[in-house]
Design a binder for this molecule. Sequence first.
Ligand code: S3P
Length: 159
Amino acid sequence: MIFLIGYMGSGKSTIAKRLSENLQCTYIEMDEEIERREGMTIPEIFANHGESFFRAMESQLLKELEGQLIVSTGGGVLLSAENRETLAGHVVVYLEASFQTIEERLAQSGNRPLWSGDLVEKQKRFNQRKPLYEQVATETIQVDNKNPEMIVEEIIFCL
Ligand code: S3P
């Protein structure tokens, strides 16, 4: 399995789809699968059941994954130590984006419950996540100012 990790807005879903076309294998978008299972959008799951319910769904799904898959994870999947362990031994590609890039990309996004609060809070959450991605990544791709084609090419080069 190849896991794509990184902050919300780092491009995991787009890259997973393109990579799967290039490598001719299946991809899964974890958030989409959770939405499908629950019959609700991510914001609705957070609003109706809370973040801990969502995290439990996320961890459960992660444990179920098997086979030759490209997995686009949610940005908070590594908050759980158990999930970090689940990823060990797999190819884990970290799409590393600067806070500025994320901010620009998510400015219009209304579907991310944890892209909330003021800029200080957003920066704080971003800074807290960064070491987790760095700890688990087997490959790191800088994505600022790059188009999807360039990013996919770089990933394939280092596989
Ligand atoms: C989250 C990221 C989201 C989604 C949920 C929580 C996070 O996924 O799983 O809103 O905690 O960073 P994306 O990274 O695909 O936006």
